[in-house]
Design a protein around this ligand. Sequence first.
Ligand SMILES: [Cu+2]
Length: 133
Amino acid sequence: MSRRIAAVALSCALSLAIPGAGVAQGANPQVINVELSSFAFSPSTLTFQHGRSYRLHLVNTSGGGHDFTAPEFFAASQIAPADRARVADGKVRLAGKQSVDVTLTPERAGTYALHCSHFLHAGMGMKGAITVE
Ligand SMILES: [Cu+2]
């Protein structure tokens, strides 16, 4: 009997551990799609409401590497624990053809700069702006 209870408890624990199941506050984050290409973000202006949960879905459609660099924006956001390792030094790095999801909740209203930190990419147009209302 106690063994059966332990098995039920274990299966409950495993179901809670499934990645993406109930991350962050707000069970259904709004998906924001951003395409990275050579040399642009599409869209290049993003708008969020503070206190709401979003899943930033970044897709690199080019064959070369790019990144989504917005250190002030990430610092002003609560990033879901499971996705924290995907943001390093205020940026999300994407290899060619890679997609990365980051679930976060912007917490402070403001306007934040976005750019790709690869050499010369911002100068060729790979930059944008993020507004948190
Ligand atoms: Cu780039």
